[in-house]
Design a protein around this ligand. Structure first.
Ligand SMILES: C[S@@+](CC[C@H](N)C(=O)[O-])C[C@H]1O[C@@H](n2cnc3c(N)ncnc32)[C@H](O)[C@@H]1O
Length: 182
């Protein structure tokens, strides 16, 4: 009898583990299909990446494809910005909300949305770490809709249409970070 209970318990645990693994892996594929896989920016780099952009207290900060919300959280908690994170993957939006709640970071708005529909007007600094194909779809809107002086930080990939606006490049392995001013 004890053996059957143990066996059943183990069986249920394996099923739960498989379920979580399948949800997690499908969620990664979902992000990839929508424009970029979930690969977080290394936490150790975030403060330096943001510092070079000139982000300051009271500025409005937008993150396109915010993953688990670590970048937008640091923009708010360490730089005093007002922050909004846009993310398409519902699992990551939930993770970002739990993360900001656990770290008691107030002032971060997290929205589930495709960045192709995000309002790009009215931000002082915009951060993105997206694949080139999605950057290509966004670049002309960044140029048209962002106000003069908006700083765009692109981690990992250049924004070809903004090449003449490039004002700084942060060296990095494996990825550089590119800074543009509209
Ligand atoms: C490379 S990760 C970067 C995550 C986060 N910005 C960071 O630096 O840690 C790209 C993120 O963009 C999200 N993403 C991909 N396509 C998107 C889309 N069309 N709209 C909104 N988010 C998207 C992915 O789900 C993923 O979380």
């Amino acid at each position: 009898m004890m053996g059957i209970v143990l066996y059943l318990g183990l069986y249920i645990l394996v099923l739960i583990f498989l379920f979580i693994a399948i949800v997690y892996i499908s969620s990664l594929f979902y992000s990839l299909l929508k424009g970029a896989p979930y690969v977080p920016t290394r936490t150790l780099l975030i403060r330096d990446i943001l510092k070079r952009s000139g982000l300051k207290k009271g500025m409005r900060f937008l993150e396109l494809g915010c993953g688990d919300g670590r970048v937008v959280s640091i923009a708010v908690s360490d730089f005093g910005a007002t922050g909004k994170g846009i993310e398409i993957n519902p699992m990551l939006v939930a993770t970002a909300r739990i993360r900001t709640w656990l770290n008691r970071v107030d002032g971060v708005e997290l929205v589930r949305e495709d960045v192709q529909h995000t309002e790009l007007k009215g931000w002082n600094v915009i951060f993105l770490y997206l694949f080139p194909a999605l950057i290509e779809k966004l670049q002309s809107r960044l140029l048209k809709e962002c106000a003069r002086g908006t700083v765009i930080i692109s981690h990992g990939f250049r924004i070809p249409a903004l090449e003449s606006r490039l004002f700084d490049t942060r060296p990095g392995t494996p990825y550089k970070t590119y800074y543009y001013r509209i």
